[in-house]
Design a protein around this ligand. Structure first.
Ligand SMILES: [Zn+2]
Length: 503
């Protein structure tokens, strides 16, 4: 079947700002001076921060924006193509996968890779990509945008294509209730003309925004997705769900099945709202560990595309599906997408693999109940005994309110093969209380707040595999410590092979 996709938002030379040569003086001498100062300051800061081993993904943006508040739109207007990814979970992996596919297709891409997804992080990434006049070196800007920051970011840089992954409850103290986050996106995207939307049709909260706008393309998965080896713990009954009601009329949603959280096949019991017709349908999920499935879509020659990835878990199927769908909408061929997916390297803490004391150790970011439940399923799928560190912080970037720990399914960790849980971080004691109430025998629970000490404790615990589940502000510290530990770890042949599964 010949494929005739709809108009594609590919690189457009007529884009405002275009790729025409220009200098900062186009906005006046004062702007030019401010921009140049911000540019130089950010470059110096990046060097200094990196020299001292700090991440330079955000602070250079904070300072540069104070000096030159209009810098994002100045640089952003000159890209051929701006692609954005937002939503609660899966943003970083989806955006990184998309950048990986775009590069495989020959594009040069500017990208905020490490989840620095607020205004400062976007500014820092664009400043790293431009010349002193603000001219981008890359053709495409691919920006991951925090769901609470879409208003501020899109006021400065307008995407041509936006991917919306899902909405789960996250950091209540910062985002408040989930309807507010969804309403914010609706208001913001209504103001962007010519925007192509690629949305998760399996999430009723996301699909309701698309329904109101009437112009979205949808991806989703047909047929119930399960982590087979984890059964019966893969049972999604009793899982935390964000939304049982229709966003349009308030009626009860009825589900044919759930994939995870509120994602699944649904229809409203009162109005005509239902899961939309899917433009990209994942089916025949042969396996989820690692992810392998077929996409059915009119965007691919023959109407289908076989996808194999080295990522694991139901939520990563959605990330791969989202990235493949957006790539197809951008006009990238199925062959390029297929070829690029398997050699994608995971970002920091997205089931990143290490070796600790001769055993495989996986580092995973946790930040809200829905994401944590999916990480737990991925842990449980592995055979053999497992010891865990669960590191909970309550700094601004983690969310000050840790009550979400009580909404996650820690009860599922109360099995014989979970041989120990070491609770760490600023809220180690809260985590230990949570594990006790979940029903894990107290002799298997440890409390070691300090990260280095927690890893030492983990090394001494039994089990064939080790895991570190960490909130955002713990994540990079644990990654650093695990890298260091790996260097001094004894050579392991077999362990390496085991570990390769999650990279
Ligand atoms: Zn309804």
């Amino acid at each position: 079947m010949a494929v005739q996709p709809e108009a594609r938002p590919g690189p457009d030379p007529s884009r405002p700002g275009g790729k025409a040569a220009r200098g900062p003086s186009g906005k006046g001498l004062l702007f030019g001076v401010r921009f140049l100062f911000a540019f130089l300051l950010s470059r110096v800061l990046v060097r200094v921060l990196k020299a001292f081993g700090y991440s330079a993904t955000s602070l250079p943006g904070v300072i540069a924006l104070k000096v030159c508040p209009g810098l994002i739109s100045h640089i952003g207007d000159a890209y051929e193509l701006v692609v954005a990814v937002t939503g609660t979970n899966g943003k970083t992996t989806t955006a990184n996968l998309l950048a990986h596919i775009l590069r495989a297709d020959g594009y040069t891409v500017a990208h905020n890779t490490e989840g620095a997804n607020m205004l400062n992080g976007v500014a820092a990434a664009l400043l790293q990509d431009c010349t002193w006049t603000g001219e981008p070196r890359s053709r495409v800007a691919l920006i991951e945008v925090d769901e609470g920051s879409v208003g501020r970011v899109f006021a400065q840089i307008k995407p041509d294509l936006l991917v919306v992954t899902n909405y789960f409850r996250d950091q209540l103290d910062r985002y408040f209730e989930i309807d507010r986050t969804a309403a914010l996106l609706l208001n913001v995207v209504q103001e962007i003309s010519g925007l192509k939307l690629v949305m998760n049709g399996d999430d009723p909260l996301v699909a309701a925004i698309g329904h109101r706008l009437g112009t979205a393309l949808y991806y989703g998965a047909e047929g119930e997705l399960r982590m087979p080896a984890a059964a019966p713990d893969s049972d999604t009954a009793g899982e935390t769900r964000e939304r049982g009601y229709c966003s349009l009329c308030g009626g009860l949603l009825q589900y044919r099945y759930y994939h995870y959280g509120q994602l699944g096949s649904y229809r409203c019991s009162q109005c005509s709202f239902e899961r939309p017709a899917l433009d990209f349908t994942a089916f025949s999920a042969k396996q989820l560990s690692p992810v392998s499935f077929t996409i059915s879509s009119r965007f691919f020659p023959g109407g289908r595309l076989e996808c194999a990835s080295s990522l694991h878990g139901c939520y990563n199927l959605y990330n791969v599906l989202a990235a493949a769908s957006a790539s197809a909408v951008l006009g990238i061929s199925g062959d390029t997408i297929c070829a690029a997916l398997p050699d994608y390297q995971t970002a920091t803490g997205r089931l990143e693999s290490f070796v600790l004391g001769g055993r495989p150790c996986t580092l995973a970011l946790i930040k809200n109940p829905a994401g944590l439940n999916e990480v737990i399923k991925t842990v449980l799928v592995r055979p053999g005994g497992k010891s865990l560190v669960i590191a909970i912080n309550d700094l601004a970037a983690d969310g000050r309110d840790v009550s979400w720990l009580w909404d996650a399914d820690f009860e599922k960790l109360c099995r014989e093969d979970i041989v120990s849980v070491t609770c760490a971080g600023r809220r180690a004691a809260d985590m230990a209380v949570r594990m006790k109430y979940a029903g894990l025998p107290v002799e298997r629970i440890g409390v070691v707040p300090d990260a280095s000490e927690a890893l030492k404790d983990l090394s001494g615990r039994p089990g064939e595999e080790l895991y570190v589940l960490a909130t955002y502000t713990n994540l990079f510290n644990y990654a650093k410590l695990l890298h260091k530990a790996e260097k001094s770890s004894p050579p392991v042949e077999e362990t390496r092979e085991k570990v390769g599964r999650a990279s």
